[in-house]
Ligand binder design. Structure first.
Ligand code: EPZ
Length: 422
């Protein structure tokens, strides 16, 4: 297994291009199942999760080709051969469950493995099931698989989700596009990736309004046609790299970044003493002077502070002036980066869903282990500012969500290299 060697050194300066959003692409790709006509995505990120979704769609009989070095994904599902998403693929990537709604809507049946647990939490699918049952689907759990059917087709309905689940919103919205009648989804998630999905579905002929608000209304149509859609910028990659100059000092321009994607996160950085300004090409981030100030964080559904940036923000708080309390409200086990940061000299106490970080002058490089996607990049950020060398192992986690991380950070002056595993 490869590892990444980071050597702490001074301020970073330059530009980092931000790719298309992993979490938008992972719901846009299954949308191809809703139509017999081709769907093409541009600005797609080059990530292992995208390869996993490609393999899943191909296992269903869809044609998926990756063009222009992976930045364009051309798909067509005019003659699918299966409606079953196997456990061996779904367990690797939970987002595989996003084929459930489209398959049910187009074919009236789907068999999708439950994803099983993952490092950051149990991540059940009860909200997906409740929403699709609300549209008339009959779903039962057998041998670890959800067997879903809607022989007479799905019917529009009013449904209120108990929690604003991102994935459940995506599955229900995609299913509702082909249901008979009108669906009103209440307490819907508001993430930019959902807005991006709806914009793509609308290009395919779907009749949807309210995306980005807690209530989304969908008028079912008989069929959807093909489209070409540009994947929205990745706000989590954006936020991650905004933290590089914040942690190391210096000034970096994030190309393609937009304030509207990271508003609550940018406000937190500003409170910590990091300046974030919009430029013609993206966002400019500079640490004003001296150490950043400790700030408290509570993760919430969008537009609140993103859970996917909690680990990275904790890395910044490790060398902040003062004490920061980070409360993780979305997942039940998303502090696995904390013990690794403690190995680097951080002062962190975790009690249940709350981590209390008392800033230290500086971290010390150490061998550390990535435990999940966002934890892995949090350790790299910490290593950028630590004294000495940090080796982050198990970087296959990193490859799931960050393309060319070494090249992007080297480009702004970081001393970082990938070490090939044995
Ligand atoms: C999406 O996961 C993202 N993944 C996650 O990003 C992100 O952390 C999460 O949304 C929250 O923003 C993709 O978009 C591919 P949820 P998702 O359904 O849809 C519970 C990353 O690092 N829940 O909003 O699975 C669940 O257990 C990944 O890129 C139920 O209880 O998130 C969790 O505690 C990690 N029942 C909470 O809701 C359900 O049926 C949020 O889950 C569904 C979810």
């Amino acid at each position: 297994m490869d590892s990444i060697l980071v050597t702490g050194n001074g301020p970073l300066n330059g530009q980092i291009p931000i790719a298309g959003a992993k979490n938008a692409c992972l719901t846009l790709m299954p949308a191809t199942l809703l139509s017999e006509e081709p769907l093409t995505l541009t600005n797609a990120p080059r990530l292992s999760d995208i390869k996993t979704m490609t393999a899943l769609l191909q296992s269903l009989g869809a044609e998926v080709s990756s063009l222009q070095d992976g930045q364009v994904i051309a798909m067509s599902s005019h003659n699918l051969t299966s409606q079953t998403a196997d456990y061996d693929i779904v367990r690797k990537m939970r987002a595989s469950n996003l084929v459930l709604g489209p398959l049910l809507a187009r074919f009236g049946q789907a068999v999708v493995s439950l994803p099983g647990g993952c490092a950051i939490g149990a991540r059940p699918m009860d909200l997906h099931v409740e929403g699709l049952e609300g549209l008339g689907a009959e779903i039962e759990l057998k041998d670890g698989y959800l067997h879903a059917k809607a022989p007479g087709g799905l019917k529009g309905a009013v449904h209120e989700m108990r929690f604003a689940s991102v994935g459940a919103t995506e599955n229900i919205v995609m299913a509702a596009t082909l249901a008979k009648g009108t669906t009103v989804l209440k307490n819907a998630a508001r993430e930019p990736e959902i807005v991006d999905l709806v914009e793509c579905l609308r290009k395919m002929g779907a009749q949807i309004s309210g995306e980005g608000t807690p209530t989304i209304e969908i008028q079912g149509v008989d069929r959807l046609h093909g489209a070409t859609h540009q994947v929205v910028t990745d706000r989590i990659e954006l936020g991650t790299y905004m933290l590089a100059p914040a942690i190391c000092g210096g000034e970096v321009e994030l190309l393609g970044g937009r304030m509207s994607l990271v508003e609550s996160f940018a406000r937190k950085l500003d409170a910590a003493g990091v300046s974030v300004t919009e430029t013609g090409n993206g966002l400019n981030v500079a640490r004003k002077n001296g150490r950043v100030r400790a700030v408290d964080v509570v993760t919430e559904p969008f537009p609140g502070f993103p859970t996917d940036l909690q680990a990275q923000m904790m890395a910044l708080m490790c060398t902040a002036e003062g004490t920061s309390v980070l409360e993780e409200r979305i997942f039940e086990n998303r502090f696995m980066h904390a013990p690794e940061l403690v190995r680097m000299g951080a002062n962190i106490e975790v009690h249940g869903g709350t981590a209390t970080v008392t800033g230290v002058e500086s971290l010390k490089g150490a061998p550390v282990m990535a435990t999940d996607l966002r934890a892995s990049v949090s350790l790299i950020l910490a290593g950028l500012a630590a004294e000495g060398e940090t080796t982050v192992s198990r970087v296959y986690h990193l490859d799931r969500g960050y393309e060319h991380v070494v090249r992007k950070l080297e480009g702004v002056g970081a001393r970082i290299e990938r070490i090939k595993g044995q």
